[in-house]
Write a protein that binds this ligand. Sequence first.
Ligand code: ZN
Length: 303
Amino acid sequence: MNSPPPIVFHPGYQAELPEGHRFPMRKYGRLAEILLRRGLAPSGFVEPEAASAELLALAHDSAYVDQVCNVAVPRDIERRIGLPVDDGVVRRARLAAGGTLLAATLALDHGFAGSAAGGSHHAQRATGAGFCVFNDVAIAAKALKRRGRIKRALIIDLDVHQGDGTADCLADDPDLFTFSAHAEKNYPARKILGDLDIGLQDELDDDAYLAMLREQVPGLLDRLDPDLVFFNAGVDPHRDDKLGRLALSDEGLRRRDRLVVHETRRRGIPLVAVIGGGYSTDVDALAARHAIVFEAMAAVHNS
Ligand SMILES: [Zn+2]
């Protein structure tokens, strides 16, 4: 049995929030515990470094990067983000961006890798939004292209919310293709359309969702033949999610992740997974749901 794909994690992925804050921050530490307990990181995690301002500015306006790095974000932007943008949250955002880039590099070397954070897909060039400070996936895609590690990438964003920020950050590069499948009536009210957007109706179930994926994903991989796939495996399409509008089960999420992982593997395309959104008050159930994509990668890696 091969060792499972590398997983990037840092204790700083989990920042302190005020008591009772609606963002389920504790899921990051809990997810790390579950991954260790299930033997998915037998040699431990790979630790990222915080992304530099220069790296962050590959996908964001320098003015916004400076505001965040100086912990001096204007009140209206902080409100839009929905998190207190203090030292811990800034460090977390920089570590998550560094972590997704590290995981993407590991995926190019090993075939699969993941970061137990990331998928901050509402962060736009000039502003954070929707619990997202920096767009880790857009930053990593731009950095790898600049370094000559990739020419083309496909972002498969299956978080239940539309990937407006990623579309915004990558609009200037047709070789970094954004695909978002999301609940059409969900946040953000004003979508920023990417290269392919599939708006789904409320209460869509496992079978209908899987049929949609089978219709889209293999054809996209064949047509684009990317050097790397970024997979935002947000678990908020789950029927118990507070902010989702779809009706997937745990098994549906498992089928979803296996499909994406299997289709990329069949074509020899490296895949990096980030965890994306998930909003349930039951942090244990939520963290267990986020572990599904790492299990899917480990299973296919060993098959
Ligand atoms: Zn989401």
